[in-house]
Design a protein around this ligand. Structure first.
Ligand SMILES: Cc1ncc(C[n+]2csc(CCOP(=O)(O)OP(=O)(O)O)c2C)c(N)n1
Ligand SMILES: [Mg+2]
Length: 580
């Protein structure tokens, strides 16, 4: 009988931990692990063209399934390529195990071919990162890696020299299985719930602001909003879970924000932060009283002064709280915020409805049409850049949809590889990647992964020939846009050459039919939509410093003889400019 290797043992432990797929590129020291995957049922190898794509894919897979995602890279450069995707997975709290294979254990420290030190490299983007230098270690290291990834929601890295991986396994008595279907409840202390209720009862103007910690607590949050007559805003991470079927919705705060959220947070008496680690303190109000609820005690108060920190799960906390909170008879604040929200949203949608005649195509129009045509349970993946803005503002969450992005790490090029992981995890759902032209071209090679694995992802490229978000940043800060222009190929033709359907949209009149055709075509499709490079987004609140910067850049444009560009910019954004 063939011996059971350390690599076999690793695969069996990963299987017991709930893993279903390994994303990666095969090679050298990783080969014993690859071969063990090949010989085991239940764990599939998904080959990608760049390991970074594999790490992003594992992160998306884990975020959608709630199960362990796995990626792997060979020694030195192979696993080094994982790093950006691992940072994203870690900061998105996706349970992911990365197998970083390593040079022969006897050569470590000698400056050997391809030598790196993965335990140092991956330290910061993981909860756990250990070298297996003896076969006896594998069982416990692999298990602790899984426990850390699942238990703390993040990345673990197992550094495994190729020679150790092919040794005969020992120590199986240390192996155990996992229950993935359990989650402890974390109800806050009774006295704290009482104080929370008293604070709610004492305030007439309450605003709720939600992050991804409200997942699974839709009904409870709405019940609280109804009870205390509170507008409900969200950070981008909360959008999936709270924007849908929500009559109290006032949109989003932050740089990408929209609607009346900012105002509701700043004009309330009591602000309730629910499961959010929203990082921009400059958007946080300083006058209202603040209560924050989070399962992570270390997060309480890390972004804002607090009057009360509630250490508990949002669902459990609200469940305990609701019977103790009185009905607020005064809904005037809520009504005022909802009215304001409707006005602001109507203004924001100026480019989504009536732009058929205008060239180049407005990106808002593409995003809104996509939102309209996409399935009720579609999975959207969204590139960092202006696509984030269009998705945040114009793609509607539903009870069944998911909208994944690189929200905490903020990396470009996430949409395509996230879509790979999403489609592998959910083969029967519609997966739509909203890509920037800069982001798409950064990891473009993995378009071939869609063809190779017949993944029917629909890529929609917002091709504005520009690193648009950066051009905007530069102008807002008073710089002239520099090195932001991109000379692009016809991406649709490129897609066709690669073996997938390619659709190019240049005219606004073709947007609807083009997107409809893309969504209806089986197999992978790329839509190359030529969009207006001048489409800007304005944050819900811009400071006078920012306006000054914009005015300064405008003056510089005129002085540099680019008056025409300035006119284009003004013409494109007339309706987006914030008004009091
Ligand atoms: C890996 C990485 N490099 C650089 C940046 C800085 N950055 C943020 S958005 C952006 C431009 C994105 O351009 P594109 O994908 O074309 O999207 P657009 O904003 O034009 O819609 C850049 C360079 C980043 N966030 N991540
Ligand atoms: Mg662009």
């Amino acid at each position: 009988m063939a011996k059971r290797t350390v690599a076999d043992q690793l695969v069996e432990i990963l299987l017991a931990g709930g893993a279903q797929r390994v994303y990666g590129v095969v090679g050298d020291s990783l080969n014993p692990v690859v071969d063990a995957v090949r010989r085991h049922d239940g764990l599939d190898w998904v080959s990608v063209r760049h390991e970074e794509a594999g790490a992003f894919a594992a992160g998306a897979d884990a975020q959608l399934t709630g199960r362990l995602g796995v990626c792997a890279g060979s020694c030195g450069p192979g696993n080094l390529h994982l790093i950006n995707g691992l940072y994203d997975a870690h900061r998105s709290m996706a349970p992911v195990v990365a197998v970083a294979s390593h040079i022969p254990s006897t050569e470590i420290g000698t400056g050997y071919f391809q030598e790196t030190h993965p335990t140092a490299i991956f330290q910061e983007c993981s909860h756990f990162c250990e070298l297996v230098s003896r076969r006896e270690q594998l069982a416990r290291v692999a298990q602790i890696a899984i426990q850390q990834a699942i238990g703390r929601n993040g990345v673990s890295v197992i550094v495994l020299p190729g020679d150790v991986a092919e040794e005969e396994a020992t120590g199986e008595e240390l192996e155990h299985t996992y229950r993935l279907d359990q989650r402890p409840t974390s109800q806050p202390a009774d006295t704290v719930v009482g104080e929370f209720a008293d604070r709610l009862d004492a305030a007439t103007r309450v605003t709720l602001f939600c992050g991804k910690g409200v997942a699974g607590a839709h009904d409870e949050v709405l019940a609280l909003a109804e009870r205390v007559k509170a507008p409900v805003g969200h950070a981008l991470g909360g959008k999936d879970w709270i924007q849908y079927d929500n009559p109290y919705d006032v949109g989003m705060s932050g740089l990408l924000g929209y609607g009346a959220c900012y105002e509701a947070m700043h004009s309330c008496e009591l602000l309730v932060l629910l499961g959010t680690d929203f990082p921009y303190v400059q958007f946080m109000p300083t006058t209202p009283r603040v209560v924050q609820v989070d399962t992570r005690r270390e997060r309480l108060g890390s972004r804002s002064r607090l009057d009360l920190g509630v250490w508990g799960d949002v669902k459990e906390t609200l469940h305990a709280l609701l019977p103790r909170v009185a009905d607020n008879p005064d809904r005037s604040f809520l009504d005022r915020m909802l009215r304001r929200h409707r006005e602001l949203v109507a203004r924001m949608r100026a480019y989504t409805d009536d732009t058929r005649a205008r060239r180049p195509v407005r990106p808002e129009f593409v995003a809104a049409t996509l939102d309209d045509l996409a399935a009720r349970d579609a999975i959207f993946t969204v590139d960092t850049g202006m696509c984030n803005v269009w998705a945040a503002r114009l793609v509607h969450a539903t009870a069944g949809r998911r909208i994944l992005g690189s929200y905490a790490h903020g990396s470009m090029a996430n949409a395509l590889p996230h879509a790979i992981g999403a489609q592998c995890a959910e083969p029967d759902r519609q997966v739509i990647a909203m890509c920037g032209d800069g982001g798409f071209s950064m990891l473009m090679g993995d378009m071939l992964t869609l063809v190779q694995h017949e993944l029917p992802v629909k890529l929609v490229i917002f091709n504005n020939g520009s690193l648009g978000m950066v051009a905007l940043e530069m102008m807002v800060e008073g710089y002239l846009p520099y090195q932001t222009a991109l000379k692009n190929p016809d991406f649709a033709a490129l897609a066709r050459a690669a073996g997938m359907t390619g659709i190019r949209i240049e005219d606004p009149a073709d947007v609807r039919d083009g997107l409809r055709e893309a969504l209806a075509t089986p197999g992978p499709v790329l839509v190359d939509a030529l969009t207006d490079p001048n489409a800007l987004s304005m944050p819900p609140r811009i400071t006078s410093e920012q306006t000054k910067g914009f005015a300064l850049a405008a003056t510089k444009l005129v002085l540099a003889g680019d008056a025409e560009e300035l006119l284009n910019l003004a013409r494109s954004n007339l309706r987006n400019l914030p008004r009091p």
